[in-house]
Design a binder for this molecule. Structure first.
Ligand code: GLA
Ligand code: ZN
Length: 672
């Protein structure tokens, strides 16, 4: 169930500039000052109510909405919207005191103590009922409030539970999915180590003090937990939807967060929102990858950036400040890759609690004459001036990059041939080869429409689900280019190895078969020697020893006992081609390989730029918006070619040779 509009944010009519706001942590005397400063900083929407459960419901039969009434009214008076949260991400102490089984159990199956957050059992009937009641009470109270913009359900759903309630629900889930114990035993290869189940009641969740390595069970438990957590979301959503059918509903996601398959979540969300907290040292391209992942979740629909720190995080080992200009640059980086709003965590630094040293728009000093406040205010003014021009604008990628949570789980879970599988790193590495050339990439999933792409890249496609190979074949047959790598086509959806060897169902399209897989230590490498004499590239991690059937060889290994065996192959299939990279190469090989493919498909970057300068396009109708982002600290000179552009941020006309400031941003539209 999802509201019918194509893109929720298009209806907003403006790019919202927002922040998490937790007014219940302060006396009400502070609130008028909050509103005044929000207006000054151009804050137009706040996420309010996240984690406010005890302030809204101090006892099961007692609701206290007066403070939130005052906040909602104050927001409305000041022209600020509410992304109204349900508080269900952290439960009040009274709740687990009355209903102890509401608490989660850990990886040993031991019930956790009260406290923390996301500490509820997602299958607890008490949790579902109480969070549902709270959602209903909020929706009833604020359904007609002028400040209400959207519903922000809970916060960053996370983790897993192993309690007896979850175990019981899991057994039912298995019965529904497998029908019979025999079928399940067969799919899980249970005669191994005498693991055959003779009664459903014997099945347990994966436990660190029990069974951790039944791979079919593990991947099923991940799927079951994704569904269990999602059911908490849809439980609240359905209650709210019935009361406010026209108000969009979302929850904030976390990028490549392994425990939850967000592709499944996207189907239940009206609009994607996510929280962007780059790890120390992450590059702009790595951040762009995460944005593109979220844009891909709903097949290219724009999303809302729900959280980012305005200055520093506090939960990394070292929490560096964003350098002057970087907050603005990264806000537009998000927008370039599909964000239709920009928000922060948090508005005001709490005086206590574990996030008292986390960056905020207003720090403990309470002052607004600060660098951060000035930078936030500048963004606020710019976003206001932008109006609705970017809303709903889409990318136009002809390259798809396949990512799959089930594959990630199964791959990491597999014992051998190397411990660290580097799945996300590998996906990102291929992504960056395109990013460096200003070539847009869509992140796609096994159920995506591959036929939209000229080039489809599926690194480490260890698990090949039913029907996927056929759809890859169809895409290649019609002239597409498919690329996959070592350690692909090994298992089916329940982690059973394919009986016809590797690359399993990808065998036909690739025209090869893999005989053995070698693994290398971190400091070891081999090389890929290009057969056309153009050079050689180091490679490492894993090395498939393969034989070509219909494919021809583009590179061979340079050393070891498999020197001379194929390391890179290309197979003509229908009108198209399929490539197999047998080892993990130096990025320079990917640059060359992909440049050739892009050339064949006549895919051009929107602009050729110096290193560190990105140009990314979003299109709406006939209009193309060029986001020009200088990720270098120093200014660079750029040639705009023959076109004349208008910069939406300054209204200046730009042509010929221009200088882009260090961390500078331009949003260009071509003059008619
Ligand atoms: C997450 C949460 C916030 C806050 C920030 C801190 O994104 O949603 O409540 O804890 O992290 O970075
Ligand atoms: Zn549980």
């Amino acid at each position: 169930m999802s509201i019918s509009e194509k893109s929720v944010s298009e209806k907003f009519g403006r790019v919202y500039h927002g922040s998490d706001y937790n007014p219940e942590q302060w006396p009400c005397a502070v609130w008028p000052e909050d509103f005044r400063l929000m207006q000054e900083a151009g804050i137009s929407a706040v996420a309010v109510g996240v984690f406010s459960w005890v302030s809204l419901q101090p006892a099961e039969d007692k609701f206290t909405f007066d403070w939130l009434d005052e906040i909602m009214d104050g927001l409305a008076t000041h022209g600020i919207k509410a992304m109204l949260a349900t508080p269900s991400a952290a439960q009040p102490a009274w709740m687990s005191q009355h209903y102890p089984t509401i608490l989660r159990s850990d990886e040993q199956g031991i019930r956790r103590q009260r406290g923390g957050r996301t500490n509820y059992c997602p299958n607890s009937p008490d949790y579902r009922r109480l969070s549902g009641n709270m959602a209903r009470a909020l929706a009833e109270r604020y359904k007609d409030h002028p400040a209400l913009l959207l519903w922000h359900i809970s916060n960053e759903y996370a983790g897993t539970c192993t309690c007896e309630t979850c175990a019981a629900r899991f057994r039912e889930w298995l019965q529904r999915n497998y029908g019979t114990l025999d079928a399940m035993n067969a799919r899980w290869w249970t005669p191994f180590w005498s693991h055959t189940f003779t009664d459903w009641s014997q099945v347990m969740p994966p436990l660190s003090n029990g069974e951790m390595h039944m791979h079919g069970l593990n991947v099923d438990y991940f799927r079951f937990m994704t569904e269990s957590q999602l059911a908490c979301y849809t439980n609240e959503r359905d209650i709210i939807r019935a009361i406010t059918p026209d108000v969009p509903i979302t929850t904030n996601l976390m990028g490549t967060y392994k425990p939850l398959d967000y592709r499944q979540w996207a189907k239940e969300m009206d609009i994607i929102t996510w929280d962007c907290y780059p790890s120390p040292g992450q590059s702009a391209g790595e951040i762009a990858f995460q944005h593109d992942l979220h844009r891909g979740l709903k097949d290219g629909q724009s999303f809302l950036l729900m959280e980012q720190t305005p200055s520093s995080q506090n939960w990394q080992p070292v929490n560096a400040l964003k350098r002057p200009g970087v907050l603005r640059l990264w806000s537009y980086l998000a927008m370039a890759h599909g964000a239709d709003s920009i928000s922060y965590f948090q508005w005001r630094r709490g005086r206590g609690g574990s996030e008292k040293l986390h960056g905020a728009v207003i720090e403990h000093s309470g002052r607004s004459d600060t660098r951060v406040f000035r930078e936030v205010s500048q963004i606020g003014a710019e976003l206001k001036a932008l109006g609705d021009v970017v809303l709903g604008a889409r990318g136009d990628a002809k390259v798809g990059l396949l990512f799959d949570w089930d594959n990630w789980h199964a791959l990491d879970d597999a014992i051998g041939p190397v411990r660290n599988k580097r799945y996300v790193d590998t996906i990102r590495k291929h992504y960056l080869a395109f990013y460096r050339q200003n070539i847009p990439v869509d992140i796609v999933f096994p159920d995506s429409d591959f036929s939209r792409y000229d080039i489809l890249v599926a690194p480490m496609l260890y698990m090949v689900k039913q029907g996927v190979a056929e759809r890859i074949e169809a895409m290649v047959r019609k002239g597409g280019t498919f690329v996959t790598t070592y350690f692909s086509g090994i298992v089916d959806e329940t982690d059973l190895a394919f009986e016809n060897g590797y690359p399993g169902p990808l065998h036909n399209v690739l025209g090869i078969h893999v005989e053995e897989i070698d693994a290398m230590y971190e400091n070891q490498s081999n090389s890929m020697v290009m057969s056309d004499g153009s050079g050689s590239y180091a490679c490492n991690h894993l090395a498939d020893l393969l034989h070509t059937e219909s494919a021809h060889v583009l590179a061979t290994y340079g050393s070891d006992f498999y020197q001379g065996m194929p390391a890179l192959t290309k197979n003509a299939f229908g009108q198209g081609h399929a490539y197999y990279l047998a080892s993990d190469p130096d990025p320079a090989l990917l640059d060359t390989l992909y440049a050739g493919m892009l050339n064949e498909h006549r895919i051009e970057p929107p602009m050729h730029t110096p290193p560190g300068v990105e140009v990314t396009v979003r299109r709406k109708g006939e209009q193309a918006l060029l986001f020009m982002l200088n990720h270098n600290a120093e200014a660079v000179t750029l040639h705009l070619g023959a076109h004349t552009y208008r910069d939406l941020l300054t209204n200046a006309t730009l042509q010929g040779q221009i200088e882009v400031a260090g961390y500078g941003v331009h949003i260009l539209v071509a003059h008619a």
